[in-house]
Design a binder for this molecule. Structure first.
Ligand SMILES: Nc1ncnc2c1ncn2[C@@H]1O[C@H](COP(=O)(O)OP(=O)(O)OP(=O)(O)O)[C@@H](O)[C@H]1O
Length: 309
């Protein structure tokens, strides 16, 4: 386990920012922390990094206690905060050299790594321009370049795509995802659910300091949306198909749509549906299992919470 917490709690006076957190993240996972403002995401990140001390409970990151072993931790864990400070009058190269020196990298090794990370982040061509003139997207990439200089095993990012235009955000997310292929464990927090959905293996939903839902996006969708599988199909002719499909034991509902039918079922029964269509003598044009979006999961969850209250 790369990140592990037990009963992790942080109180600020009377405010409980994080309560009883049990988090387990394995090597090479991309894990998304989700939740509304003030739900405890940043506080969790700060405790994992040893930047704030827990009020109760335990944290281990790469087997290390962040409060007791901050230096060993810092060597292996990269952190990209929501806004990165660079020296605006210095170039990207100079900013990275400075960081490399602070990290104690020998000059030759630093140079080789700087070339590599700048190339990787698509900044090689602007390496000798002052950072003051960089766009927010370029700054974020430089931030990630800085994090990668120390070749970390874990990378933690707080709202990494905040303020980026859709194209820059997409590009940045691809870069984050590429870390996974090197076995780097990634933890990120975000409000942008559809983006998180695209790159995370698992997500955890925070609400008032508690982790209230956790799992793979599809699993969460199943749980929050009442366990239904939605299957869409297009076939011609459609006559008689709805009745045939309704007769399948797993199908709970059939709805007609402009081009075809939409089923709700208790399982993913695409093979049975395909067979039924063929047996009806119809031609099957498309058959897809619809994935509910994380936005939908999130909205439903908070709707239910309000309802219960
Ligand atoms: N230094 C602090 N002193 C007092 N209260 C704090 C402090 N830091 C955070 N809090 C409180 O703890 C709770 C959790 O805050 P946190 O910043 O972890 O939430 P978040 O999920 O990261 O929110 P956001 O999405 O807005 O960044 C909030 O109620 C916040 O006001």
């Amino acid at each position: 386990m790369v990140i592990e917490t037990q009963g992790l709690t942080k109180r600020y006076g009377r405010v409980v920012a994080v309560e009883g957190l049990e988090l387990r993240i394995e090597a090479g996972e991309v894990y998304g922390l989700l939740g509304p403002n003030g739900s405890g995401k940043t506080t969790t990140i700060l405790m994992l990094l040893g930047l704030t001390e827990p009020s109760a409970g335990q944290v281990r990151v790469l087997g290390l206690d962040p409060v007791r072993e901050p230096l060993s931790l810092k060597r292996q864990v990269g952190y990209l905060p929501d806004s990165v400070g660079f020296y605006g009058e210095m170039t990207a190269w100079e900013n990275l050299s400075y960081i490399a020196r602070l990290n104690g990298l020998p000059p030759a090794l630093a140079k080789a790594r700087m070339e590599r990370v700048l190339e990787r982040m698509g900044l090689a061509e602007v390496a000798h321009r002052p950072v003051g003139a960089f766009s927010r997207g370029m700054r974020q990439r430089l931030g990630l370049a800085e994090v990668l200089l120390k070749e970390p095993k874990v990378v933690i990012l707080d709202e990494p795509t905040l303020g980026l235009d859709p194209e820059a955000a997409q590009e940045f997310l691809k870069m984050i995802q590429s870390l996974k292929s090197e076995g780097i464990t990634v933890l990120l927090s975000s409000h942008l659910l559809h983006q998180v959905q695209a790159i995370c293996d698992r997500v955890g939903l925070f609400h008032k300091g508690r982790l209230v839902l956790e799992g793979r996006v599809e699993e969460l969708a199943q749980r929050v949306l009442g366990g239904a599988y939605r299957i869409r199909l297009e076939a011609t002719p459609l006559q008689g198909l709805a009745e045939r499909l309704q007769a399948l034991p797993e199908v709970s509902r059939v709805q007609a749509e402009a081009q075809g039918l939409r089923l709700e079922a208790t399982q993913d029964i695409r093979p049975q549906v395909a067979r039924a269509v063929l047996e009806a003598g119809a031609a099957l044009q498309s058959l897809v299992l619809e994935q509910p979006s994380l936005d939908e999961v999130y909205a439903r969850y908070f709707q239910e919470v309000r309802h219960a209250a």
